[in-house]
Design a protein around this ligand. Structure first.
Ligand SMILES: [Fe+2]
Length: 248
């Protein structure tokens, strides 16, 4: 038996485990704050149970169309380079994940977050809060319009700067498909000195970098970047172990 059998005889899908070779470590000495929050012992993989293989209930109707346009807040337009960020949410077998909640947060064009502890001397934008969300369509696609975030300094080491990035949080169709990650922009000159980016194993770093997509740029309006996000897939589809009497 490879899946999880419920009391009713339904065998639930088992989700693939992460590949250890490309898994970003939770502790990375050059990223100094991980020293305080990373576990000291090797995590133990637990079997997936019903809670892990069933999906979160999101109330998708609460996500509004304007949530996907970060360039307009408080009755005015944000300052900066408009960009359309788009892509697909797929599972590790290449199947689209429809109905996934994609939430983003980011710094403004000056590299400043609207956050109580972000007080470095860069201006806030009254028309930009840096928050957006969208639900993937039936083909697993998402897109949102935003402002290209600026780089910002942080205290990890002397003269440390984060490459421009957008934070993503995704709820897939099961809790095992939850992911929080960051999207970067191509050929950022700050990659080499950023320990968060470099904590990703070298073989997997390209997956965190978006692609400039000339075909989706909008004439006289916005540049475009494409980024596909891959969530773990299932080893098997649900099936029933007992005849339920349904003679189709
Ligand atoms: Fe950030």
């Amino acid at each position: 038996m490879t899946g999880i059998t419920t009391g009713g005889g339904l065998v639930l899908p088992r989700y693939t485990r992460e590949d250890a070779a490309t898994r970003t470590p939770v502790g990375f000495p050059e990223y100094r704050s991980t020293g305080l929050r990373a576990p000291l012992r090797t995590p133990v993989d637990l079997p997936h149970r019903l809670t892990e293989v069933t999906g979160p209930v999101l109330g998708e109707d609460r996500v509004l169309a304007q949530d996907a346009d970060l360039t307009w807040r408080n009755g005015g337009e944000a300052v900066g380079q408009r960009i359309l960020v788009h892509g697909r949410v797929l599972d590790s077998d290449g199947r689209p994940v429809p109905g996934a909640l994609v939430e983003v947060w980011q710094a403004n064009a000056s590299g400043r977050y609207r956050h109580v502890v972000d007080n470095w001397p860069a201006p806030l934008d009254p028309h930009f809060d840096g928050l957006g969300r969208v639900v993937t369509d039936s083909l697993g696609r998402y897109e949102f319009l935003t402002i290209k975030p600026g780089a910002y300094p942080w205290g990890n080491h002397h003269n440390a700067w984060r490459p421009a990035h957008i934070h993503f949080s995704l709820f897939g169709r099961a809790f095992t498909q939850r992911i929080v990650t960051q999207m970067y922009f191509p050929e950022d000159p700050l990659f080499g000195q950023d320990p968060i980016f470099n904590a990703i194993p070298a073989a997997a770093r390209h997956r965190a970098i978006s692609r400039f997509s000339l075909e989706r740029t909008q004439d006289n309006w916005a540049l475009a970047f494409e980024w596909d996000i891959v969530l773990r897939g299932v080893d098997q589809t649900p099936f029933e172990t007992e005849d339920d009497g349904d003679v189709a």
